[in-house]
Each structure stands twice: as structure tokens, then as C-alpha cells.
Design a protein around this ligand. Sequence first.
Ligand SMILES: [Zn+2]
Length: 326
Amino acid sequence: MGTLATLVSLLLLWAQAPCWSHSSEWTYSGGELDEEHWPRGYPECGGNRQSPIDLQRRKVRFNSALRALDLEGYGDDEAGQFPVTNNGHTVQISLPSSMRMTGPDGTVYRAVQMHYHWGGESFEVSGSEHTIDGMRRAMEIHVVHYNAKYESYEVAKDAPGGLAVLAAFVEAENAENTYYSSFISNLASIKHAGQSTVLHGLSVLNMLPQDLFHYYSYEGSLTTPPCTQNVRWFVLADSVKISNVQVWKMENTLLTHQNRTLQNGYRSTQPLHSRVVEANFRYFPSSVILSFIPYVLGSELRSYLHRIENNIQYLVESLEEVKRQV
Ligand SMILES: [Zn+2]
């Protein structure tokens, strides 16, 4: 009898629980399942290894064992076809599994998709998810991979060590980035949530920053529900530059499932808890060195010293790289 009563009360609880049957019901703001309430529908969103985070450069640990990422097939699919979808939260480009990334520990990951996070609401031109020393950049790219030891993304997405995301910041400047022109002009054809198109001749390599060597790395989660905590993050230190107009088009073309302009599609930064962020480069706060030099020395000399400082940093990094190779 007791068991039956438990079963009945469990069934009643289940019936009362909100049914988040498909992923389009969560939002960043507005509605019952906004960012603050994600843990109600997706408990892991309230975990202690969540992403994104604020990358505080003074607290990042330098790790010379973090080798360069090996990106295979990122640049040689210019003749390929790439399905592109407005999923109501972002624009998502499907990637071929021939695109692979090998992490510093030798783990091989296959690419699945890439997508973007941006701002745009209330004239706010910043919408990256990770921040550096508290500063949010214009946009952020996420190239999502799964661990090749699992047979598919579907298996890996819930498995330990299943995912890796290569992330990069996008910054706005005046010049048009022609590698982004076709992608951005095609957004108009997938204005409504659920619409798809196919892009031809896309080079993912060209859509990433020039410097693919320097990165931050830490253990985190997906930044959208279900916020699964099985993601190894690689956040590139360098950023991609696109024009202000291109950023504006990203922020003002697509619509959500609720037919609102898709803006501010980023999650706020999450507590680091006991995690440590590592990087394969050292951080030299230039102000520390330059603050010892009085301004009376003049701007020319200061800029000269700044160049020397940059060269020293470059030499230190080059030496570290040589040490790693021998
Ligand atoms: Zn993302």
C-alpha cells in the first residue's frame, strides 16, 4: 500500500511538473524558462562547472604542456556544402566530420557545428559569452566538437569528456571582412526560426582568428540548456575582426521562435568555483612595466619601450615553444 501511495504521489508530481518537451522553450529573457530559471527545467544548469566564465588574466595559470591545437580539414572544404539553420537561438552551420581537432593531450575531436553569440539589444554592441577581465567583446564563435572515441555526437553529448568547444572572439572595426560577406548576406534567407539554407564555399579557417596557437583552456559546460558539464573549452586569445555594419547585420536579421529580433543571445558568466583556467602563454600586464617609466620621458620613448617589451614577450614564447619541441 505504501509503495502504491508513493507511486501515486510521484505520478501527481510528474503531472504537475512543467513539460519542457522541446528545446525551443528556453529563452535568455522573457517567459517562464528564462536564463535565471534554466535549472528548473535543466538541473545541470545549476551545477558548479558551468560556462561561460570571466577569464581573469592575472589568475590564469601558464602551462607549457598545452601544445598547439591541431586543426585538420578546417580550410580545405571550400568546395563543400554547409547547411545553415536559424534555430531560434542562433545561426548554426553544420560541419563535416572530416574536420577534426586534436587537443594538447592527444584527444581527437570531430567537428559537428559552429554558431555565434551576439548582443545588439539597447544599442549594446557586445554579446560574447566569455569575458576577459570583465570585458565583453562584440561576438563569440563556438565550434562544437565531440570526442572521436564515441561513435556519434548523440552518444558523446551526454558522456564524460564527450565534448570540446573551440571558441573565438569577434571584434568590430571599420573594414569589411570579406570572408564573412557571403555568410552574413545569406542570413536574410533564414530570417524565421526553423529556416535553413545551404552555403557553398565556406572556409571555417578564414572565419577564425589568424593566431590559432595561443589559447585559454578549462573544464566547463554547454552554455545553453541542458548545460551538460562535459565540455573542454579552448578559448583563443586572438580575435576575428569584422565591420561594424557586419556586426549590425548579425544582430538585426534573425528572428526568434517568438518572432522577436534575435538579440543578446548570450549567457551571463558563471562562478569559477574550484576550477583553474590555464593558458599556453604568459600574461604580461604592460601597465606594470610601463608604470615605472615616468611620462616626462615622452611618448616616443614609451612607445619604443613598449615595442621592446612586446619583442621580449615574443622571444619568451618562442623559447617556450622550442623547449616543447625538443
Ligand atoms: Zn555557443
